[in-house]
Design a protein around this ligand. Structure first.
Ligand code: CP
Length: 311
């Protein structure tokens, strides 16, 4: 197979296992390019890509922009905070105005789940989801799986991967579950009951509220940050009593890892709340793939844009 089965990357849902394998193979080729002295190829020389960020980002935004530049695309960046969205312009009008300037592909992060699906039915361009609210973050899941395959080997069949923390508010969790299940891994989510949504039961994943038991079960732990910005206002009922209690029950510490008779591989999508869901000692340890994930994000996003442009 040399082509993706989709015209947009709206989510991991909708992709096939063959799509994932093609993206990983292409990303490996681009990673080899990124390790050369001249890190640039002309693959998207005639393409103009707009990065539309309606929500904050460090890693995803810079990673997409670098990937576009490494592929020789022309790039324009849009930040909602300094745009005419503030004057009341709709999403469709904003995007159609940008497309009128002869833009070929849109990479978008938006706070509303489903914004990309909505947009793909309204405008005529290739759309890549760089995160839609609490729904999906497909390129994060792709780069996470790519990083795991580098570390554990290409076959993730039967590997036990625990996703720990604020599952309720995490787009990374849903995309990771979908990708890892497609690749044959066993997946467990672990966190306080209030932060694990009921629909997880129908996703074929195990559910646990006990981090220590989960660490015994797992080969890999993907630690998610508490999304403090999505925990509601001061009048809402909190999802957990205090940060201190959350860390006592669900924080990954060296003390916890020392009780195991094995080495776990540690993932975190970033940004990290050091000392909350993960200690600095672990985040910076040899078993943490955090910076490998960031490095692999560029090659993975190059692969996604290249393969979608081919269609
Ligand atoms: N992992 C991730 O999406 O990070 P940013 O929010 O900084 O893009």
């Amino acid at each position: 197979m040399s082509e993706l089965s989709v015209d947009h990357l709206l989510g991991i849902r909708g992709l096939t296992r063959d799509d994932l394998e093609l993206i990983f193979k292409t990303a490996s080729e681009f990673k080899e390019v990124l390790n050369r002295p001249i890190k640039k190829v002309p693959s998207l020389r005639d393409l103009t890509v707009a990065n539309l960020f309606f929500e904050n980002s460090t890693r995803t935004r810079l990673s997409f922009e670098l990937a576009q530049k490494r592929l020789s695309a022309d790039v324009v960046n849009f930040s909602a905070a300094s745009s005419s969205v503030k004057k009341g312009e709709t999403l469709v009008d904003t995007v159609n105005n940008i497309l009128a300037m002869k833009v070929d592909m849109v990479v978008m992060r938006h706070p509303h789940p489903g914004a990309h699906h909505f947009l793909s039915g309204k405008v005529s361009t290739t759309i890549i989801n760089a995160g839609d609210g609490t729904h999906e973050h497909p390129t994060q899941a792709l780069l996470d799986a790519f990083s795991l395959r580098e570390k554990l080997g290409n076959d993730l069949e039967g590997k036990r991967i625990a996703i720990v923390g604020d599952i309720r508010h995490s787009r990374v969790a849903l995309s990771n579950i979908l990708a890892l299940k497609l690749l044959g891994a066993e997946v467990r989510v672990c966190g306080p009951a209030t932060l694990i949504p009921k629909h997880m039961i129908s996703m074929g994943v195990e559910i646990s509220h006990d981090l220590d038991e989960t660490l015994i079960w797992a080969d890999v732990v993907n630690m998610l940050r508490i999304q403090l910005e999505r925990q509601g206002d001061a009048n809402s009922i909190p999802f957990f009593p205090s940060i201190r209690e959350y860390t006592m029950n669900f924080g990954l510490t060296q003390e916890r890892l020392n009780r195991l008779d094995k080495q776990l591989t540690i993932l975190h999508p970033g940004p990290i709340n050091r000392g909350v869901e993960i200690s600095s000692e672990i985040a910076d340890s040899d078993h943490s793939l955090i910076l490998n994930q960031v490095e692999n994000g560029v090659a993975t996003r190059m692969a996604v844009m290249y393969l979608l442009a081919k269609r």
